[in-house]
Write a protein that binds this ligand. Structure first.
Ligand code: ADP
Ligand code: MG
Length: 308
């Protein structure tokens, strides 16, 4: 390879909004035939918002919906907390617990209320959620198979407004669910089409539930989905594809994507992503726009043609 040609390629890359870790990475892109796309923050904006809160034993609170009132509160004879109080309590506990996490779901929940309790010990449960002490209680927020996350998710699913349901438990007891909505980025569908035109097979790879993964995949035109995988499961998927003779590119933004980005033949980080993802990758896209990943693949092919 002629270093000059590679350098021209990388300079062109920087003008396009792609930062290349070293000129040799363009060679890694040679023969890439499969592209794994992380869902949250890569195909979607990852700027989530809380759209529903359900307290255990009650029906949906429907945030932003018309207030249905609470019959128990009107007479003043009852000491039971009102529906609104129970919802506010659940949100306060969850928001306090999540205030120490950088995850998009955590940010959405933390932004849903200004009320805060006293936060004690906090721990991340990778690929699952978080656990924290709040006001002396153990609060867990995360994915929960036992409360039918998939089913709940599916009922409320919408294509362009993909939703994820998380479970809140307090001292080991199911306390309620919180639904957050994400948004598919406006250019993601066009990028997937262009990647297919370049001969790449796109696969959506996510730690999220199958239902929200399928909704996003359908909205951008991806027909292969690998859902519910932890960070090590993402690496295993890259390795599995490589073992079948495929050359794998991967695009991601999260800490949970970093090991898979490092394992991929061509790791591509969203510039909007975490440092861990950027450090593990060969290329960084300056804007959080998947069309830049298409440019990067095209660029590497053009550069290689110049060299030959
Ligand atoms: P992705 O692969 O889509 O970026 P993650 O691996 O980060 O997803 O998370 C997988 C799932 O774990 C989320 O869909 C959610 O159900 C749960 N989860 C992760 N982090 C949190 C958190 N801080 N709060 C609540 N749930 C979380
Ligand atoms: Mg992500």
């Amino acid at each position: 390879a002629t270093p000059t040609a590679l350098l021209v390629g990388s300079l062109r890359g920087s003008r396009l909004g792609v930062v290349i870790a070293g000129a040799e990475v363009l060679e890694h892109a040679r023969g890439v035939d499969t592209i794994l796309l992380d869902k949250t923050g890569t195909v979607t904006t990852g700027q989530m918002r809380v759209v529903d809160v359900t307290v255990a034993g009650e029906s949906s609170a429907g945030l932003g919906a018309v207030d249905r009132g609470d019959p128990g509160a009107s007479g003043g004879a009852t000491v039971h907390p009102t529906h609104e109080q129970r919802t506010a309590d659940l949100l306060r506990l969850a928001a306090t617990a999540e205030s120490a996490s950088e995850h998009p779901i955590a940010r959405a929940i933390a932004a849903a209320t200004d009320e805060r309790g006293v936060l004690g010990h906090f721990e991340n449960l990778p690929g699952h959620g978080i656990r924290a002490e709040v006001d002396g209680h153990t609060v867990e927020v995360g994915r929960n198979a036992t409360h039918g996350g998939n089913r709940l998710d599916y009922e409320k699913q919408s294509r362009h407004d993909p939703r994820t349901t998380v479970t809140v438990s307090v001292d080991g007891t199911f306390a309620g669910t919180i639904v957050v909505a994400d948004t598919v980025k406006p250019t993601s569908a066009a990028a997937v089409r262009a990647l297919k035109d370049l001969g790449l097979r796109p696969i959506l790879l996510t730690g999220d539930h199958e239902a929200s993964a399928q909704a996003v995949a359908a909205s951008v035109g991806i027909d292969a989905v690998v859902a519910g995988v932890r960070p090590e499961g993402k690496v295993a998927e890259v390795t599995r594809l490589q073992a079948t003779g495929r050359r794998v590119a991967m695009v991601g933004d999260g800490v949970n994507d970093a090991p898979a980005l490092a394992q991929a033949d061509l790791g591509i980080a969203m510039g909007t992503g975490t440092d861990a993802a950027i450090e593990a990758s060969d290329l960084t896209l300056m804007r959080g726009d998947l069309l830049l990943a298409v440019d990067a693949v095209r660029l590497s092919r053009r550069t290689l043609r110049t060299i030959k």
